[in-house]
Design a protein around this ligand. Structure first.
Ligand SMILES: [Zn+2]
Length: 92
């Protein structure tokens, strides 16, 4: 239902360059920037980490820019872990 296109200028864009290209999942056309923000939000409010990319159902699509065709669900997990400290990766 939600077919809005993301127009945010995500300040995290440079962090997504190493994300794997996604060729088949629901997250393919989703905005990884918004997915990252969603992951951070879930962690901050204490929500359980999503187990699959169905959590991105209402995430805006991304049609252009750095995050295009990146794995939005991986971005979600990255955002979540950036809050919980579950990863050694640093989001500079
Ligand atoms: Zn976005």
């Amino acid at each position: 239902m939600n077919k809005n296109i993301c127009k945010h200028a995500h300040r995290y864009d440079h962090s997504f360059l190493y994300l794997a290209d996604n060729q088949g999942q629901t997250g393919r056309h989703k905005c990884s920037g918004c997915a990252y923000e969603l992951g951070r939000h879930h962690a901050l409010v204490g929500a359980p980490k999503a187990k699959n990319d169905a959590v991105l159902e209402n995430t805006p699509d991304s049609q252009a820019g750095t995050v295009r065709h990146k794995d939005a669900f991986e971005a979600y997990l990255l955002g979540y872990d950036s809050v919980t400290g579950a990863t050694a990766r640093q989001i500079a």
